[in-house]
Design a protein around this ligand. Structure first.
Ligand code: MEV
Length: 432
């Protein structure tokens, strides 16, 4: 299966589906993507006070090669240009072999807070001494996970305060290999089940029992190389060396300044979150973990950096990415399951690699645009289509109105209505 689908963006939705089917051994059941994959009756059992469902565009980013595998990257996102940007960056990266991913073991930390401890040093040592026995108890509480090759792998204690309003405070970390689950339910349940025993050993009272979303034991590292040639904005715009230098400088800017690093990371999360949403993941958990991780040196840092490497660039993204391919919304969300099928995902490891690669791709595309034309030109061309539709253009008229708006450099509803009226010969429609 090739993910290199030139001209995919020009096709109709039906033709895109047919082209994807042509790359598969069996055609896909696309119906889940016709109704958003979740009907109101099912949604009513998912959360409280449901009055309907809420849809987002679902798209496929093309050109991705990850660890040598061509991959269609499912994205659910409302912001124009993210899918195009990811696909363009993936095309540049594939010329140098594509993205490579290192995915750590899926270790998630559960925290049991113990308060009111008289002597925190003694408490921490007691937990240390009881480690093997507690670990055995913890593993017995998750037999199915242990059977799948995962389960609790370590127990550690951290002293947080020796005295204060909560007395002595120790937090006990349960390190759990969650296999293909995101792990929140598994780990939270384990913390609750083990808390009384842990508190008794530590000589204190149970406080909070919950996983940590700072999953610094569950990370991805994505590497990508790009040649100058691929970076050149157009065939006659030079050899790409200017773009290379500008992207490396933009990366240094993010490393020096948390105000810039935040926006740089937003560009990464554009890709990561779009994949997480499409595949039914807890993107809030990944967001929380990403930003805490970005701060782990004491100063907020970019999650991806770019360095000059001969006549090209090398990019590296390193971030926590806790995802699951079993459990969670996947039980009920047909579109999320379709997204996993489209991407050929069968493990959490693969999904983390795809989300990470999407993040590095959208970061590269953003830095290249910022370092050359600026971000507004591309954004505005796409925004023009939204404005054209908003004033009533349909079918081919959308492109015609959008391109006239873009040429005029005035992407406003008023002008769009004038253009539409001229093209159709109909009087100007009043907007509701
Ligand atoms: C916009 O959604 C994302 C960017 O601001 C990212 C960046 O500045 O690197 C373009």
């Amino acid at each position: 299966m090739s993910s290199r689908l030139p001209g995919f963006y020009r096709l109709s939705i039906a033709a895109r589906r047919a082209q994807v089917d042509g790359t598969r051994t069996a055609p896909l059941d696309w119906t889940a993507l016709d109704d958003g994959g979740l009907d109101a009756a099912v949604a009513d059992h998912l959360i409280e006070n449901v009055v309907g469902t809420y849809a987002l565009p679902f798209a496929l980013a093309v050109n991705f090669a990850i660890d040598g595998n061509d991959t269609l990257v499912p994205m659910a996102v409302e912001e124009p240009s993210i899918v195009a940007a990811a696909s363009n960056a993936a095309r540049m990266v594939r010329e140098r072999g594509g993205f490579t991913a290192e995915v750590s073991a899926p270790i998630v930390i559960g925290q049991i807070q113990v308060v009111g401890i008289a002597d925190v040093g003694t408490a921490a040592r007691a937990i240390d001494r009881a480690r093997a026995e507690l670990l055995e108890r913890a593993r017995a509480l998750l037999p199915r996970l242990v059977d799948r090759g995962g389960g609790p792998v370590d127990i550690t204690a951290r002293v947080l305060a020796s005295d204060g309003p909560d007395g002595g405070v120790v937090v006990v970390h349960l390190h759990v290999d969650c296999c293909d689950a995101m792990g929140a339910n598994l780990v939270n349940g384990l913390c609750e089940d083990l808390a009384d025993e842990v508190a008794a050993i530590a000589g204190g009272t149970v406080g909070l029992r919950i996983l940590s979303n700072l999953t610094d034991g569950r990370t991805v590292t994505i590497t990508a190389r790009v040649d100058d040639q691929a970076l050149a904005s157009s065939p006659d715009a030079g050899d790409g060396a200017l773009e290379r230098r500008a992207i490396a400088a933009a990366s240094r800017f993010a490393e020096l300044d948390p105000y810039r690093a935040c926006t740089h990371n937003k560009g990464i999360m554009n890709g990561v979150d779009a994949v997480l949403l499409a595949t039914g993941q807890d993107w809030r958990a990944v967001e929380a973990g990403a930003h805490a991780f970005a701060c782990s040196s004491g100063r907020y840092q970019p999650l991806a950096t770019w360095r000059e490497d001969g006549l090209g660039l090398i990019g590296r993204l390193h971030m926590p990415l806790a995802v699951g391919t079993v459990g969670g919304a996947l039980h009920v969300h047909r579109a999320a399951r379709t997204a996993l099928t489209l991407a050929g995902v069968t493990s959490a490891r693969q999904l983390a690699a795809i989300a990470g690669a999407a993040g590095l791709a959208t970061n590269l595309a953003a830095l290249r645009a910022l370092a050359t034309d600026g971000i507004q030109r591309g954004h505005m061309a796409l925004h023009a289509r939204v404005v054209a539709r908003a004033v009533g253009a349909t079918g081919e008229l959308v492109e015609q109105v959008a391109s006239e708006l873009a040429i005029a450099g005035d992407i406003k509803a008023e002008r769009a209505r004038l253009i539409l009226a001229r093209l159709t010969g109909h009087p100007i429609q009043e907007l509701p």
